[in-house]
Each structure stands twice: as structure tokens, then as C-alpha cells.
Design a protein around this ligand. Sequence first.
Ligand SMILES: [Fe+2]
Length: 267
Amino acid sequence: MARSKVIIEKPESEFPELIVTVPDGWPHVTLVPWYDVHHGHALHASPMFKRHRLWFLNEPYVLGWNGGDFCENVVEGSPGIYSQTDIPNVQFKNSVELLTPMASKLLFAIPGNHEARTMRRSGFDIAEALAHRVGIPYFPDYCFCTIKWRGMKFRIVAHHGTGAAASPGGQRNAARKDMPWVGADMYWTGHLHQPIVDVVYRADYDQSTDRMVSRSSVVIISPSYLRYFGGYGAANRLGPGSLGITVAELQSTGNIEVNVHAKGTRL
Ligand SMILES: [Fe+2]
């Protein structure tokens, strides 16, 4: 499998950074990060997740990461204790089983607020334990990931996402939160369970010539695998988001193509 030639370097650094070199022979690089799967919740969209996971396992040119909230992990004192199908210990074991076959295509893992519940109450980082068990690099908040391919550098800022923004404007602001202090090609979060893909024009300096170049960014909030009605989102009128995954294709032109789907029956 071509994947075996992908080189992942995690330098000693004060920054949570990762450098990934993809073979130039790849026709494209498709990024498939897993955000807010919420495995173990009664409303987890299991058939869809299984279908997408199988597609990920079979695709040759995909790379992803675990963006957090992979399992529901409700601990004592957190909301939703009765909406779990399994206790966190079982969720953890199931997560290891689900993620291990995917590990060769996963670049890194970051925690979500659901994994952080265990950390907050016990000082034990369950997200780190999961990443180590599966065998992928782990970062406790951000990951600044550079993907080097065909002489280009695609800079990614990944975080689970924060806040509870419910309006379209508030959600966009949440997604752009890191733009003022770190220049990147992709700002990728989840957490809000809403599918947002925004292109933001940016320019940059070519360090070798001092000439200006255009370098637009894409700002993404991934949706989730958590169904809406009967759950926390509906109880708090957060608005139903679409289900599934957002996929971005890095192209040999330097373009980044993100497809969004408005699913539905048009009568
Ligand atoms: Fe979250």
C-alpha cells in the first residue's frame, strides 16, 4: 500500500507540531478527519459511520486524524449519563477496535471535550491512552500539521473546537478563532456538529523572492455522527446539523477542494 511511504515526523518542540511527507506519486491527498463520532451514545449514527469507516479503510490516498469526541464518555457529574449504550470502559475498548485498523492512515489524535471529562475529574488523559494504544501521535489541544507533497506545503491547524455558538455567524467566528495568530491553509475544527466550509481570501509573502502570492484558506467545521432528536442538541434547541464527515482533497495545482452535500428528497 502506498500509505506505507508516508513519513510522519514529530519534532521536539514547544509547539504541538507534526510534519508529514506524502509520496509525490500520490495523485491527490484526501483528508478525512474523524470529528464527533460519539460512539457509545444511543443516538450515534452507527450504520452511516460503519459505511464511511469502510470507505476510509479501502481508499488508497486518504489520510485522517482523530479530532476528538470519538466516544461519548459520560462520567459522573456530566450530562447524558443515561444516554450511553455502554459504560466508558467498554466504549474505550470498542474505540481501540474501531481505530486500530484505521491507524496506518491516521496522522495524529487530539482530545474533545468528552474525553476531557475524564482528565478533568481524574487527571487521567483517556484520549492520550487511546492514541497510544492505537499507535498514533497525540497532542493535548492543537496540532499544527504540515503536509509536504509535490513541492508544496499544506499547513493545517487542527483543534477539536470550543464553545456553544448556535448562530451561523457565531459558528463562523468560532471556526476562525485561530486565524489572527497563526497563518495556515486549513483551519479545521468540529464540536459544534454543524457542517461549515468557508473560503477566506489570504495573501502571503514568498520567503525566497519577497513577492506576494495569494494563498486562500479554508475554514472547516466538521459535522458529527450524533443524531439530533431525543438528545442534548434538541433539548437545548441548538439546531440539527447534518451527519457524517467532511472530506478535503489537496490537489496538485495547490487547490484545496471540499465537497459538501445537501442531502434530501426533492418532492
Ligand atoms: Fe465536542
